[in-house]
Design a binder for this molecule. Structure first.
Ligand code: GTP
Ligand code: MG
Length: 614
């Protein structure tokens, strides 16, 4: 095992390291058009042209070896051979963005000065060409004293040449001499000199980009465009998904009918119709909504717009004591708080980072979408309140905004109390605007859809089965309701005492317990509870939305929504917060403040809605 050589990809963030890694190893690491995507080292095996097997490492991007953020720390440790359980790399592949040569040459010199066998991948040559830059790789190789291979990671250009260069870099090991140490300012000057010698000609594509940036980053138009875009996204989530969701819903109904028609009544049939189809099926119907939401997010990432959004948010974030650095982790939390909390490793200031971890659960994760969507479908009429503006989409938008505003307020308070400290600065290179590659988009969407379906098949299924068992036994006496008789009903009665003041009924009290396993289970749980409790097949067959709108008052429904905006997320989020903060103190704090916030806002919503006569 120790025989195998290690090759590490190093370089500035967003230079295409993960893209190269994926193409060389066939892996599917996340790549996206903004800095700070990779926060952990990832390893894969490749065979070089000589036949030698090597271990290839993808590392987080870095601006300098003395940088303080936890992800950059990983890179430093690995390169210096200080990472436990990781052999020091025998060869470094330094990935440089050809279209950002001057910036990337600063860190490049630091890497080369280590005197390790190094090969430069002069990546993104296509973008440099598109920008009208003509580069001279040989001149760069002369200036740096190491081999330079032009590559286009995403089109596999130059990968074989790169592999050969890695092969011969082994042999060169003793030729390379350590170079004189420069300080950061000297390196910057030197970078400019080298770039000047390497760039043979330049043309004027930059003007288009700066024109776009003048609009998107304009202090007035910028936020208006961002806000408008988000608004459109939530409209689309409802408007476009409806036919697909209806079709899935219809299929679930038909499956249930077919089972009822073809199976003898009994426990197995009940389990299939009440547990599997009503429960898990009620969650799966939200797949179209999830896919549409992610299509927009992936598009914004791929085009380079997301980084502009982060830049726009920087000022707002500064006002609540955070920096634009927190934007990407918070944005990831819209998918799921777990990758979001892990992405905070790119934040160097520990208090900034802690604050971001603590507010990440307030971003509406995609697991909450089914919960919102089912309540909105049941209680908010599908009316239009202006050209192209549907009321349902608007309510969804408001729920997301409520989470964001809540997070900002909490950050403001935390930064003045428990995580007090100076706001730190924000440096971020703007990635170039790019047309998204359809293939990447399709893969990204497929991965999201698969994650969702896998959750439905595993954790949601398991939680629903347990709940169905607890709901189905002991069996009710004739005349008694099954819910009253069951174990689950007894538990719900206990919790209901605490939750009644905020307008929750017994079914809700029951649903929010398994929702701690995964948010979507709340929907499955309600569906199963009502299905088990239905007296006849007829009532069982009507959709969950119809059942809810017949049985809940509007204030109760609104309180339920408010609860889900603020209540702590699943147990996995708590677990990852524990891991990232090295202890139970902060996750417990998070749990406490979120429950308190959820209880108070749900209560306030219920009482205000009741008072307003809704
Ligand atoms: N046009 C073009 N795009 C590229 C090339 N290489 C990478 N990209 C794109 O550049 C973006 C950044 O690539 P990543 O592989 O995520 O960059 P990274 O260096 O791993 O970034 P961090 O993980 O943040 O350090 C992605 O949108 C890639 O699709 C290339 O050669 N040409
Ligand atoms: Mg990466």
């Amino acid at each position: 095992m120790s025989e195998i050589r290690t090759v590490a990809l190093v370089g500035n963030p967003n230079s295409g390291k993960s893209a190269l890694f994926n193409k060389l190893t066939g892996a599917r690491q996340k790549i996206a058009n903004y800095p700070g995507v990779t926060v952990e080292r990832k390893a894969g095996r490749i065979a070089l042209p000589s036949g030698a097997q090597v271990e290839l490492l993808d590392l987080p991007g870095s601006y300098a070896f003395d940088a303080a953020s936890p992800d950059e720390e990983v890179t430093r440790k690995v390169v210096f051979g200080e990472q436990e359980g990781q052999r020091q790399p025998d060869v470094l592949v330094l990935v440089i963005d050809a279209a950002n040569l001057e910036q990337h040459l600063v860190f490049a010199q630091e890497v080369i000065a280590l005197g390790r066998p190094t090969v430069v991948a002069l990546n993104m040559i296509d973008l440099a060409e598109r920008d009208g830059l003509t580069l001279d790789p040989a001149a760069l190789s002369n200036a740096l004293g190491v081999p330079v291979v032009p590559t286009v990671a995403v089109r596999r250009r130059g990968l074989e040449e790169l592999a050969s260069a890695i092969d011969s870099a082994h042999a060169n090991e003793d030729i390379i001499q350590p170079r004189p140490a420069l300080d950061q300012t000297e390196r910057r000057l030197e970078a400019r000199n080298i770039a000047k010698g390497v760039i043979l000609s330049k043309s004027a594509r930059h003007t288009i980009e700066s024109g776009l940036d003048r609009v998107f980053l304009n202090p007035w138009f910028g936020p208006v465009i961002l806000f408008g875009l988000l608004f459109v996204i939530f409209q689309a989530v409802f408007a476009w998904a409806t036919p697909f969701a209806d079709a899935l819903d219809g299929a679930a109904g038909a499956a249930s009918d077919a089972l009822v028609a073809n199976m003898a009544p009994g426990l197995v049939r009940d389990f299939l119709t009440e547990g599997v189809i009503a429960g898990v099926g009620s969650v799966v119907v939200f797949l179209p909504q999830i896919v549409i939401l992610f299509a927009f997010i992936l598009l914004m990432e791929a085009t380079g717009y997301m980084a502009r959004a982060a830049f726009l948010m920087d000022r707002l974030m500064a006002r609540v004591g955070l920096s634009g650095r927190s934007f990407i982790p918070l944005l990831s939390s819209f998918a799921c708080a777990i990758p979001g909390i892990m992405a905070t490793r790119s934040i160097s200031d520990p208090k900034d980072r802690l604050t971001t971890i603590l507010i990440a659960p307030l971003m509406t994760c995609s697991a909450r979408l089914p919960v919102y969507a089912v309540i909105i479908a049941a209680f908010i009429p599908n009316t239009s309140i202006g050209p192209g503006i549907g009321l349902q989409g608007l309510v969804l938008f408001v729920l997301y905004v409520a989470g964001i505003v809540g997070a900002m307020v909490v950050a403001l308070i935390l930064r003045r109390s428990v995580t007090k400290g100076d706001a730190s600065g924000f440096i971020m290179e703007m990635p170039r605007y790019q047309l998204p590659r359809l293939r990447d988009l399709a893969i990204g969407l497929w991965q999201r859809a698969w994650v969702f379906l896998r959750r439905a098949g595993t954790i949601i299924f398991a939680a629903t089965v347990v709940l169905w068992l607890l709901l189905s036994f002991p069996k009710a006496e004739p005349g008694e309701s099954q819910l009253d008789a069951s174990i689950a009903g007894t538990v719900a009665d206990g919790l209901h005492v605490v939750l009644e003041p905020i307008g929750f009924n017994r079914e809700i009290s029951l649903a929010i317990i398994p929702a701690m396993a995964a948010r979507e289970v709340a929907v499955a749980s309600l569906a199963t509870t009502y299905a088990v409790d239905a007296d006849d097949e007829e009532a069982e067959a009507e959709g969950l939305a119809a059942t809810l709108s017949a049985r809940w008052s509007l204030p109760t429904a609104l309180a339920f929504l408010a609860w889900f905006v603020f209540a702590p997320q699943c147990l996995s989020t708590i677990a990852v917060a524990r891991r990232e903060t090295n202890g139970w103190k902060w996750p417990m704090f998070m749990l406490g403040y979120l429950f308190a916030l959820a209880y108070l806002t749900a209560g306030a919503t219920f009482w205000i809605a009741t008072w307003a006569g809704l």
